[in-house]
Structure formats: C-alpha cells, structure tokens
Design a protein around this ligand. Structure first.
Ligand code: NAD
Length: 418
C-alpha cells in the first residue's frame, strides 16, 4: 500500500516478511496480517499565541481489531508521518500479542514541535485532535497513551475533552494519565524499569556482572532516564547519556541526581559540568557493556552496527535497529539483543493494568503493579529465549514470530467476515 510508504514502515514490513518466512505463512495470508485496518489523517487548525492560525497534520493508525480494542501511544514530533505511525502501530500489535494483552496495536501522532509551543497551544492542539478522533476512539475501541513528545498532562487533556463530550468522566479512554485522574501507580516508570529488569535477565543469561558493568543511554526522556536510574540502582555505572541536543560522557560515571537537577533547570543534558560533550553518533559507538537506544527509530544501521561495542543491546526505543544492522549483529555473537517489542513492553503492560483498574474503579498498590509487570515480562523473556535457542534464530525474529503467530491464530479462528 503506497500510502504508508516511509523508511520506517518499509523496515517494519521487512521484519514482518522475515518472521512470516520463519513461520511459513503463505503469501496470500500476509497482507491481511500486515496492513493496518484503519488509518485517519486529520487537519488541525489552531490559533497560535501571536493570533495567526496554523494547520497541523494529525494521524491515527489502528493496526488490527481482532483481539480487542487497539492500544498505542501518541507522538508529537516534527517528522511524524502516516508511514511512521503505521510502522509503530504494527509493532504495537506484535508487542501486545507477545505479552498476551487483549489488544491490537495502534499509534498516533501530530507533526509539530512541542519544544517550540506554549502550554496553551499544546492544550488547544490536543483538544482539537481528540475532538476529530471521537468517532474512532473509546475505552472499547482505541486507547491512547504517551509517546515521544507527549506526557501525563497531554493524556489529562485528552481524557477531559472526551469526558466533556460524553457528559461523564471516562478515565479508561487513555492510559499514562496522572494518578490523581485515575492513572496507575508505576505507569510513568514502567517502560524504563521494564528495560532495566530485562537487562538484568539478559545479564544473567550471558553471565555479566551488573555491578562491574557500564551503560550508555541514547535519549534521556521518560524511557531513557528511568532506564538509566534503575540500572544505576542495580550498581551499573552510567558513562554516557544524550538527548536531541547532544550527549555527555564521563568514564568515571555520571551522577544522575546532579544530572536530573541540571535537566530540570536547562531542559537538556547538554553542558552538564561533570562530563565531556559527545555527539549522538559517537555516543552509540562508545565502548560499554549495556547500550540502551531510547530515542528515535533507525539509529543502529548498516553503517554503524559493526562498530558498536556492547554486550547487551537493550532497545528502549521502538525500531532503533534496521534490518541491515540486524544482519551484521546476527553475526556478532558477543552482542545480545533484547528486541524492542520485548524490551520496552513494560509501558503497554502497565497501561493495560491502568485500563483494567479504570474499568473496575479498583486500584492497586505500586508493589502489586510492579510484581505483575515483572511476571509478564519474565514469561515473555523466557518464551522468546526458548524459541530463539530451539529454532537457532535471533531474539528479534523469535519475538516477532511469537507475536505474529498469536495474531494469525486469532484471525484464523474468527474467520473472514464476508
Ligand atoms: P520522550 O519524549 O520522553 O524522550 C525522548 C528523548 O529522546 C528526549 O530526551 C529527546 O531529546 C531525545 N531525542 C529525540 N530525538 C533524538 C535524537 N535524534 N537523538 C538523540 N536523542 C533524541 O519520549 P519517550 O516516551 O521516552 O520515548 C522514547 C522512545 O521510547 C520512543 O521510541 C518511544 O516510541 C519508545 N517507547 C516509549 C514508551 C513510553 O511509555 N513512553 C513505551 C514504549 C516505547
């Protein structure tokens, strides 16, 4: 389908085809599994602070509706396109199926730069997008969550706009909202803690002592900062981190408490006094034990995959590694990859818990949330690791195959509506 044409969508399709080959899915069955069920593109006219009107493009892609409502984040970034959102929606489908959640995948986005917008402009844009989406979303239809460039406040505005339309509060319309509005304890930290938990599992698998280990994190946002803090609490030395403005590096380790104070003041890790500057490109090549890409897609490519130096590649971001890079990494036995749909699944798992708690109006303690999260992640990790070993395939191919096979079985059982 030409409308989705984008390097990230093409990459998601390439990954799908490799897994479909592995599963021996006939060519005639593949398009039904691969292509999104629905895609919406909306124009969002908003009045800027200077009084001018600007029209933003908004997208929402619902990948499949076979197992329940669709679920997925909402991204605010200048480069958001329909194809990128469609790829992220497809990965959400395999991720939800891999972790046994009763959802199809979805993703949304608005092409905008939230760093250069006032809170009032962001609120207006978010409410306008929600209004346009009302016919296509709902707690049993499609549930949004934060992704890059969005946060709890954005979720609160979506929840309020939807609730005003319905005439009563509907907390289950979004996840990742503030705890005071029906959000779940542990949701904000869930993705990063899940990443660190799975790094600890991988370290056990390969015999790496975390107390002697070093880590590098690309993208010090929600996922990256919590991953770094949790790894730090395990005794790992964080030697480099970055954000969109650049990176910082210190072989003796970065004091994250001081770094967080710096980020709170300057809204960037850049110019942190107790470290050397490093570019995002150099950062990925920094020798370390654990490399956590937690920013954008397609960062580890055919051009740099041979030169990354880590024992564990823990994919906090969605789609950080291209299929060309995978070919190289598959030949490098010393690099253990925790693929994105497994590694960052903590976010959607606790989003699922939040949705369940909202539907039941019955809330859990943080300890309960975290225990249940780690149980699901452990089961998924064990399953993927067993498949990878039994079939002698990569962790990524194993994870994708488990997710895709579950969606495939569900579609076969439901049949094709005539
Ligand atoms: P965020 O907006 O909180 O943080 C993103 C960080 O990446 C920021 O520090 C930003 O400055 C940095 N960044 C952006 N572009 C960059 C670039 N080109 N190079 C280096 N750094 C860059 O976003 P987030 O929620 O932490 O999401 C990060 C990644 O994790 C995305 O791929 C997202 O899809 C994925 N993810 C997020 C969640 C979640 O719960 N938030 C769950 C699963 C996966």
């Amino acid at each position: 389908m030409e409308i989705y044409n984008h390097p990230t969508f093409n990459m998601a399709c390439q990954q799908f085809e490799l897994a479909a080959d592995q599963l021996e899915i006939p060519a005639t069955e593949r398009p039904r599994l691969k292509y999104p069920k629905r895609a919406m593109i909306v124009s969002l006219p908003c009045r800027a602070a200077d009084g001018s009107t600007r029209v933003f493009e908004g997208f929402r892609v619902q990948h499949h509706l076979t197992l329940g409502p669709t679920k997925g984040g909402l991204r605010y970034h200048p480069d958001v396109t329909l194809g990128e959102v469609a790829a992220l929606a497809m990965w959400m489908s395999w991720k939800c199926a891999l972790t046994g959640l009763p959802y199809g995948g979805a993703k949304g986005g608005i092409a905008c730069d939230p760093r250069h917008m006032t809170p009032a402009e962001l609120e207006q844009l978010t409410r306008r997008f929600t209004q346009e989406m009302i016919p296509f979303i709902g707690p049993q239809v499609d549930i949004m969550a934060p992704d890059m460039g969005t946060n709890e406040q954005v979720m609160a505005w979506i929840m309020d706009s939807y609730s005003v339309h319905m005439g009563h509060s509907v907390p289950s319309i979004v996840t990742g909202k503030p705890v005071s509005l029906g959000g779940s304890l542990g949701r904000r930290e869930a993705t990063g803690r899940g990443v660190a938990h799975l790094v600890a599992r991988a370290a056990d698998t390969i015999g790496l002592d975390l107390k002697q280990a070093t880590a590098v994190v690309q993208g010090y946002g929600n996922v990256g900062s919590v991953s770094a803090q949790t790894l730090d609490s395990f005794g790992v030395k964080i030697i480099a981190v970055s954000d969109v403005f650049g990176g910082i590096f210190n072989t003796r380790g970065i004091d994250l408490v001081k770094l967080d104070e710096h980020v709170a003041r300057h809204r960037t890790v850049k110019d942190f006094p107790e470290a050397e500057p490093v570019s995002n490109e150099q950062l990925l090549l920094t020798p370390c034990d654990i490399l956590v890409p937690a920013a954008m897609e397609r960062q580890i490519t055919g051009a740099n995959a041979a030169r990354i130096h880590c024992r564990i590649l823990a994919e906090g971001a969605n789609g950080p590694t291209t299929p060309e890079a995978d070919v190289i990494l598959n030949q490098r036995d010393e690099v253990f990859v925790i693929p994105d749909i497994l590694c960052n699944a903590g976010g959607v798992v606790v989003s699922y818990f939040e949705w369940v708690q909202d539907l039941q109006s019955f809330f859990w303690s943080e300890t309960e949330v975290m225990q249940r999260l780690y149980h699901i992640l452990d089961e998924a990790y064990d399953h993927v690791w067993r498949q990878a070993r039994a079939k002698k395939i990569s962790m990524r191919l194993a994870a994708l195959s488990v997710g895709i096979q579950r969606v495939r079985e569900a579609k076969a059982l439901r049949g094709l509506f005539p």
